[in-house]
Every structure is written in structure tokens, then in C-alpha cells.
Ligand binder design. Structure first.
Ligand code: HEM
Length: 228
């Protein structure tokens, strides 16, 4: 991508300055790394607290991919239950819960409030994702609620924002999270470090980190010996 930006600098040097290129690159690194890492930490925490869900995901991976080769990007569309786990993680623990600030371009009304032009507006997807008017049993972790795919509950899920300023990295993020989480489940047997459930308290920060970093135990599966 930097190569591409540098070649654009040759044709349009006034716009693609070094400062713009540095800014775009840093923006993508900041926007794309912590968000995906936090999602995986929440997903693993939820799975460790719901071993039945973890077991079902493992069965899906063993059936669709097996223990002879590693999970690949091309496998992801077949792994519906893994995708449902990711959707349910995004619902309960959206890594960018306040999106980015938006601004009203005209006077308008929102939810019965008069909003003047040029007002900063923050959307709280954490609250929307737990609204009992929109979701059945909203605080429970139930990946099955997404079983209808696009025709099911997915349209109410807004972890990447919506509209023209929605996250341009959503496709990449879904692949990174799917491949990493899927590989962790395919390659290792996971357990909590004690009988006590993983603490799900949220810490402070733009990308909604866990208050307590996740600690877990894992044992390598057959595939790890074969591929490493
Ligand atoms: C789990 C991963 C991610 C989540 C949950 C996420 C979420 C979001 C959200 C909620 C917004 C604000 C949308 C709005 O205000 O309407 C956003 C914006 C943005 N995201 Fe992501 N993001 C993720 C990964 C990525 C990745 C991988 C990239 C790029 C490599 C990226 C690049 C951006 C950029 C550049 C914007 C600003 C877009 C604009 O202002 O027009 N994000 N993201």
C-alpha cells in the first residue's frame, strides 16, 4: 500500500505529500490493530466462559477443515458457527462502541430531539446492541441468534458503523478475526485457569479493552505437531 501511495506521489505530488502518506499509514495501523486484537480477546473470554459454544465451534472446524491442514481464508465462508460467534462478540463487546464523531450537515430531528446543523453526534453501538426492544435476552451470549445469516439478526449489528463513513476495513477485519480465532480453536484445546469464570468487566479506552487481561491454558492439538 505504501508503494501505491508513493507512486501516486509521483503523479500528484501536491496532494500525496510525505505527511499525508505518513498520516494515512498511521491511521490504518491505529484503526486496524487494536480493534481486531481486542475483539479476539473478548471472543476467547466469552468462549472460555461458554465451553459448550467452544466445543461446537471446534466440531465445526474439525468437520469443515479437519486436523490435516491449517484453516485458510477460503474456508471462512463455510464456517457459519464461527461467524456467528464473531457476530455475537461484536454485539456484546463492540471494539469501537462510540464509532467516530459524526456531525449533522443540516438542522434535523433525531429520536424526537431537535439537532442544529454542525452538532457533534456520537452513536453508542454498545447500547444499541443491548437494547431489549431490539434483541431477545440481550445480555446473554448466544451465537445461535445469528443463525439466519443476512436474513436473520445481522442487519441490527453495527460494530463497523453504517453509511458513507462506515469502517472501510470491515472486510479485512472480519478475515483477520475469523482466521486468527478459527486457527486458535483449530490448533489448541482451551481451558480457564481456574473454576472461576473469566472476568468480563470493561476497562477504559477508545477500543473498549478488558479490565483484566485474559489468562488461559491451552494444549496443542495434533495439527500443531504436523504443521510446525
Ligand atoms: C474489529 C475491527 C474493527 C472495528 C470494530 C472497526 C470499527 C470502526 C468504526 C465503528 C468506525 C467508525 C464508523 C463511523 O463512525 O460511522 C471505523 C472507522 C474507520 N476504520 Fe475501522 N474498525 C475495525 C478495523 C479496521 C481496519 C482493519 C482498518 C484498516 C486497515 C480500519 C480503518 C478505519 C478507518 C480508516 C476509519 C475511518 C473512516 C472514515 O472516517 O471515513 N478499521 N472503524
Amino acid at each position: 500500500m505504501i508503494d501505491h501511495l508513493l507512486s501516486l506521489q509521483k503523479s500528484e505530488p501536491e496532494y500525496y505529500t510525505d505527511q499525508i502518506i505518513k498520516g494515512v499509514t498511521m491511521n490504518l495501523v491505529f484503526a486496524g490493530t487494536d480493534t481486531a486484537a481486542v475483539t479476539m480477546e473478548w471472543a476467547m473470554s466469552l468462549l472460555l466462559n461458554h465451553p459448550d459454544v467452544l466445543k461446537k465451534a471446534k466440531v465445526e472446524l474439525d468437520t469443515c477443515v479437519g486436523q490435516e491442514r491449517l484453516l485458510e481464508e477460503a474456508d471462512l465462508p463455510k464456517l457459519h458457527y464461527l461467524q456467528n460467534i464473531i457476530s455475537e462478540t461484536f454485539r456484546l463487546c463492540p471494539p469501537a462502541p462510540l464509532w467516530l464523531p459524526h456531525m449533522s450537515s443540516e438542522n434535523c430531528q433525531l429520536g424526537g430531539f431537535d439537532i442544529p446543523r454542525d452538532t457533534m453526534l456520537l452513536v453508542n453501538s454498545w447500547t444499541l446492541h443491548r437494547d431489549p426492544k431490539l434483541w431477545d435476552d440481550p445480555t446473554s451470549f448466544k451465537p445461535e441468534r445469528f443463525e439466519g445469516g443476512e436474513r436473520g439478526e445481522t442487519y441490527k449489528l453495527l460494530p463497523f458503523g453504517t453509511g458513507r463513513r462506515a469502517c472501510p476495513g470491515s472486510g479485512l477485519a472480519n478475515k483477520v478475526v475469523g482466521l486468527t480465532l478459527g486457527s486458535l480453536i483449530q490448533c489448541y484445546e482451551w481451558e480457564r485457569i481456574s473454576e472461576k469464570k473469566v472476568d468480563m468487566m470493561e476497562g477504559k479506552g477508545l477500543t473498549m479493552p478488558k479490565m483484566e487481561p485474559l489468562e488461559a491454558m491451552c494444549r496443542a492439538c495434533e495439527i500443531v505437531k504436523k504443521v510446525l
